[in-house]
Ligand binder design. Structure first.
Ligand SMILES: O=C(O)c1ccccc1N[C@@H]1O[C@H](COP(=O)(O)O)[C@@H](O)[C@H]1O
Length: 242
C-alpha cells in the first residue's frame, strides 16, 4: 500500500456526456461536455488514475460501452471502470478495454456467487463498490437497498476481494465533505485498501482523507469539486503529496 493518497478524478458518463449527479439521483445531471476531453484534461494535469463510470449501464437506461472503451484506449493512465459490470459478458468487455481494474456494485449484492468466482479468477483487477446510505448498501443505480454494509464486507473479505470503493451516497455530488467516520469504520472492519468516494469539496477535505492512509485508505475519488473548479488537480496532487 502506498503512503501517499492516490487521487482518482471521476468521469461519469450519461448519454455520451461527462456529468455530475447529486446523491446519484437520475435527473440531477449537470453536463461537463465530452468525456474524452475531461479524461485527457485530468491526465494532462498529472492524474495517475481515472475513475470512469457508465451511468446509463448502472441505471439500466442504456450503454456508453463503446465510448468508454475509446476513452480508456486513449489514456496512458490507470483506469478504474465502473457501472453495469454484472455478468461474464460485461466483465469481459470491461477488461478488454485495457482498464487497470473494474469496480462492481450491484453484482456484489445480487449475484454473490458470480462475484466470488470473478474475484477468484481476476484477483486485484476486481474492486467492489460499497455504496451506502447509513450502513445500508444500494444497488441498481443506487435506487434499491441491497443488504448491510458490514455483512457484505465480511463476505467479500472471506472471498478475497482485493479492494473496496466506499461511497456515502448522501454526500456524493453535494460538496459537503467526506464521511470520515464511515471510512474509519470500514477500514477498521477490513485489512484491504479502501478508496474513498463522495463529498470532497476542498483541499482540506483531501488532507483529512489523507490522514486516514495509515488506517487503510488508499485513494480518493474527486468529482464535482474538480469540475466546479473548487481547486485544480495540480493543487490537489500537491496537497496530498506531503
Ligand atoms: O457514480 C455515481 O454518481 C453513480 C450514481 C448512481 C449509480 C452508480 C454510480 N456510480 C458507479 O456505478 C457503480 C455501480 O454500478 P453497478 O451497480 O455495478 O452497475 C458504483 O460502484 C459507482 O462506481
Amino acid at each position: 500500500m502506498t503512503n501517499r493518497l492516490e487521487l482518482l478524478p471521476a468521469v461519469d458518463v450519461r448519454d455520451g456526456q461527462a456529468v455530475r449527479l447529486v446523491k446519484g439521483a437520475s435527473g440531477t445531471e449537470t453536463s461537463f461536455g465530452e468525456p474524452l476531453a475531461a479524461a485527457l484534461a485530468w491526465q494532462n494535469a498529472g492524474a495517475e488514475w481515472l475513475h470512469l463510470v457508465d451511468l446509463d449501464a448502472a441505471f439500466g437506461t442504456g450503454s456508453n460501452r463503446d465510448l468508454l472503451r475509446e476513452v480508456t484506449g486513449r489514456l496512458d493512465i490507470k483506469v478504474e471502470l465502473s457501472g453495469g459490470i454484472r455478468d461474464d459478458e460485461s466483465l469481459a468487455a470491461a477488461l478488454a478495454t485495457g482498464c487497470t481494474r473494474v469496480n462492481l456494485g450491484t453484482a456484489a449484492l445480487e449475484t454473490p456467487e458470480w462475484v466470488a468466482k470473478v474475484i477468484a479468477e481476476h484477483g486485484d483487477k476486481i474492486a467492489v463498490g460499497l455504496d451506502v446510505v447509513g450502513t445500508t448498501l444500494r444497488g441498481r443505480g443506487w435506487t434499491r437497498d441491497g443488504g448491510q454494509l458490514y455483512d457484505v464486507l465480511a463476505r467479500l473479505d472471506s472471498e478475497g476481494c482485493a479492494r473496496y470503493v466506499v461511497t456515502d451516497v448522501n454526500r456524493d455530488g453535494t460538496l459537503t465533505g467526506p464521511n470520515l467516520q464511515l471510512l474509519r469504520d470500514v477500514c477498521a472492519a477490513t485489512d484491504k485498501p479502501v478508496v474513498a468516494s463522495g463529498g470532497v469539496s476542498s483541499l482540506d477535505d483531501l488532507r483529512a482523507i489523507a490522514t486516514l492512509v495509515p488506517e487503510g485508505v488508499e485513494g480518493s475519488i474527486v468529482g464535482k469539486a474538480l469540475y466546479e473548479q473548487k481547486f485544480t488537480l495540480e493543487e490537489a496532487l500537491e496537497a496530498v503529496s506531503r
